[in-house]
Design a protein around this ligand. Structure first.
Ligand code: AMP
Ligand code: MG
Length: 351
């Protein structure tokens, strides 16, 4: 059994970071498995090879970095991003960290590539729907007039002007919510830390969204994709080298009201939860890109997602629609092994 070696409560007392370390010699190389509670989810770090001390040191650094990212990029806990949003709403030019400047630029690029389906400037809509809060979201859904009012203001990343680290918005309705790609960015940062510690074979898994480097001994890493209609595993993927897998699903944050489900992925065209898909899984080179694309393709829906994937440079993606039908790119099909019986019907899209 893993032993509890460290427990740190962060300043706000809102996030509890629990570090559990275990090492077992199942393979020729030692497998070090650790768990952290960060970014609002359970983060599992698996490191292959090296000493216990090296793995423990690396995981501790990862924990501290994830905690800092959580603090700096949080959309509603008091901190730098909330201050930036307050300034933008007041029409002020604000100075942002190099990290936030980079994420704004990346967000602008993802918004352009997705033709506005990925829009981290819609923080006010996300809040209106009740998805900016520590408590589980609750109905009823917002009034149509309130949604229409925010839609009419059309906040977009394109409204933002960055001059070095000076950030201004020509639209006071812009409120940054980085929830659709900050977790991916944080996973990338964690992998960078592991690499700087000399680790070559590892996986960082934040609640099912992950990046792998190297191999699991003599085998590739094997990753499970959650069944969006149940708790089990829909399919597994084989990954090695350096790949990231991120899934957006309608089951991650939602509430039911009068028999209908309202989830947290908002279609900026309608101001309402995106319709058509229940999960969207993307494989990409970085977790940040996979995260942004999984959200954008989820919003695009069953017909449009392959075109948006192509524009975002995504070759491997798999969608499950509201009827349980699965579609995926040919490159994705080469990786996927279904774990459910009967195997779902699968449509292949794209070249
Ligand atoms: P994900 O689980 O990665 O798909 O991200 C969903 C989160 O991203 C939501 O909880 C919101 O914080 C934010 N979000 C919702 N809709 C969008 C959108 N269309 N574009 C960018 N961010 C969004
Ligand atoms: Mg995402």
């Amino acid at each position: 059994m893993p032993s509890l070696t460290d427990a740190i409560r962060c300043r706000a007392g809102l996030c509890l970071l629990v570090l559990m370390l275990s090492a077992c010699g199942r393979e020729a190389a030692t497998v070090h498995e650790s768990q952290l509670l960060a970014l609002g989810t359970l983060v599992e770090v698996t490191v292959l090879g090296g000493s216990d001390e090296q793995a423990a040191r690396a995981v501790q650094r990862v924990g501290r970095r994830l905690q800092a990212i959580d603090h700096d990029l949080h959309a509603w806990h008091p901190g730098p991003l909330v201050d930036v949003n307050t300034g933008l709403a007041a029409g002020r030019t604000v100075t942002v960290s190099a990290e936030l400047a980079r994420l704004v630029r990346d967000g602008q690029a993802f918004e352009r590539q997705s033709q506005g389906l990925f829009d981290p400037a819609i923080g006010r809509l996300v809040r209106l729907w009740g998805f900016q809060g520590d408590d589980p979201p609750q109905g009823p859904p917002p009034a149509p007039e309130a949604i229409a009012g925010l839609l009419a203001e059309a906040p977009a990343m394109a409204d933002l002007r960055l001059d070095g680290r000076r950030l201004a918005s020509r639209n006071r309705s812009v409120q940054l919510d980085l929830g659709a790609y900050a977790k991916g960015y944080a996973i990338d940062e964690a992998i960078a830390i592991l690499r700087r510690q000399g680790i070559t074979d590892a996986i960082v898994n934040a609640g099912g969204d992950l990046r792998v480097i190297g191999r699991h001994g003599t085998r590739p890493w094997r990753i499970g994709i959650r069944d969006p209609f149940g708790k089990g595993v829909l399919a597994s993927l084989q990954l090695s080298g350096d790949r990231s897998v991120v899934t957006s699903g309608n089951y991650e944050r939602y509430y039911e009201y009068e028999g209908r489900r309202y989830h947290h992925i908002i279609d900026p065209r309608t101001g309402r939860p995106a319709r058509g898909l229940v999960s969207m899984t993307v494989v990409a080179g970085t977790a940040e890109r996979a995260d942004a694309a999984s959200t954008a393709l989820f919003v695009a829906g069953p017909d449009a997602w392959p075109g948006v994937a192509a524009r975002m440079g995504i070759e491997e993606a798999m969608a499950v629609d509201e009827q349980g039908r699965v579609t995926m790119t040919r490159a994705m099909a080469a990786r996927v092994h279904f774990e459910v019986e009967p195997r779902p019907s699968v449509g292949i899209v794209g070249p």
